[in-house]
Every structure is written in structure tokens, then in C-alpha cells.
Ligand binder design. Structure first.
Ligand SMILES: C[S@@+](CC[C@H](N)C(=O)[O-])C[C@H]1O[C@@H](n2cnc3c(N)ncnc32)[C@H](O)[C@@H]1O
Length: 201
């Protein structure tokens, strides 16, 4: 039976569920140095991941973007995002920047995640952190890319499955998928390292 979260996401016409804090804060704890420079989240939703970096004292010039113009109102009312640059549009086709960022962190749409990583390499020279299901490692084509040339450096499994959050306030159903942070280092050609992330609760 299909997961309620996936059905809701499909019905909504875009993948608009939000990531619970316990699914990204452990990454900040695992490697705080990855989040100490400039950060871009190009499918940021309400901008909660960049907001956490600012909340932890990183006040560099970050950027949040999303294809949905509705998110702008959320960015504009979050004091933590007051000094953060904004972009509304399709990251894969519209986004332009002259800037290099140290880190990308994002939970992109499943179908576009690989393209997001490739695009990120044009303007991220540190770490590219992508939240996807553990199953994302599969399929012939993606497996070859992940093994050879993608720059995948870490696979950091979330010990707790994320229960997505929805704007209607209804609790998300339990996730049937396990998730991991896939961390890419542009230019890395070795084998990836596997580790596990635990949240405090
Ligand atoms: C799964 S949601 C995650 C939102 C947010 N990153 C979070 O974790 O709470 C994916 C987000 O990607 C955005 N999105 C989808 N396609 C996009 C694209 N081509 N460019 C930029 N954003 C996109 C959606 O509007 C949505 O906000």
C-alpha cells in the first residue's frame, strides 16, 4: 500500500512536505564545520535548514530558493532569514549566480535530486548535502553515477525515519522509507564512507 505521505505529495501537484528538524539537526551536529561558511538551499521550502545555521550563529550571506513563490512570505516573516538572499524559480533552469557557496543542504524532489547535485557543482566548492531515501542508491543508471564520478563522499543514515510535516497541520503518516544524507565533495574520486546519525530524542 502506498505511503500516505507520497499520495499527499502527488495530489498536491508538487512535493511540498517539510522536513522535521530531527532529520537535519543531527547532520549539523555531525560536522558543524560544513555549516560554518556560506550555505545555499535551492529547494528550501520555508527555509528551515538555513534558519538553523543562522540560529547557531552562522551569519554569512546565505541563499534560500524555491520554485514556489508562496515560500517568500515565510522567508520574509522568519527573523532568522532576515539577512538571507532569496530566489524564486526553477533551480535547474532559471537559477543564476556569480557567487560560490561553501555548502549546499537541501531536501530536493526525488526525481530531480541527481540533477540538483550536478547543477550544484557549478557553484558549491565544499559539501553538497542531499536528503534522499536509502533506496535512492539503487537503479542501474544512478548506481553507476554514484559509484563513478558523482563525488559521493559520505552516506549518513538517519537512525530515525522522518515523519514529514504538512502545512494543513495534520500529522504526517509514519514513513515506510529509510532516509540518508548523501554528502558529495566535488572532485572526490574515492569510495564513500557510511555512518549513522542519531537525534537527541
Ligand atoms: C520535499 S520539499 C522540501 C522542502 C524543504 N527543503 C524542507 O526540507 O522542508 C521539496 C521542495 O522543492 C521545491 N522544488 C521542487 N522543484 C523545484 C525546482 N526545480 N527548483 C527549486 N525548488 C523546487 C518544492 O516547491 C518544495 O518546497
Amino acid at each position: 500500500m502506498e505511503n500516505l505521505n507520497n499520495i499527499r505529495a502527488k495530489n498536491s501537484g508538487r512535493e511540498l512536505f517539510r522536513t522535521p528538524r530531527y532529520a537535519f539537526e543531527p547532520l549539523f551536529d555531525y560536522a558543524p564545520e560544513w555549516f560554518s561558511g556560506t550555505i545555499i538551499d535551492p529547494s528550501a521550502g520555508d527555509g528551515r535548514m538555513v534558519a538553523l545555521a543562522v540560529d547557531r550563529g552562522n551569519t554569512h550571506l546565505h541563499l534560500v530558493g524555491d520554485i514556489s513563490p508562496d515560500e517568500r512570505a515565510r522567508w520574509n516573516t522568519n527573523p532568522l532569514l532576515a539577512g538571507v538572499e532569496q530566489y524564486v524559480g526553477d533551480y535547474l533552469t532559471d537559477f543564476r549566480t556569480e557567487d560560490m557557496f561553501d555548502t549546499m543542504i537541501t531536501n530536493p524532489p526525488f526525481t530531480k535530486a541527481q540533477a540538483f547535485v550536478e547543477r550544484a557543482k557549478e557553484h558549491v566548492d565544499g559539501h553538497i548535502c542531499i536528503l534522499q531515501s536509502v533506496a535512492w542508491m539503487g537503479t542501474q543508471k544512478r548506481s553507476r553515477w554514484l559509484q563513478n564520478g558523482s563525488g559521493l563522499r559520505w552516506v549518513l543514515n538517519l537512525a530515525r525515519r522522518p515523519r514529514w510535516e504538512f502545512d494543513d497541520g495534520l500529522p504526517g503518516a509514519s514513513n515506510i522509507w529509510d532516509f540518508a544524507w548523501y554528502v558529495f565533495e566535488p572532485g572526490y574520486t574515492g569510495r564513500p564512507e557510511v555512518d549513522w546519525l542519531f537525534d537527541a530524542t
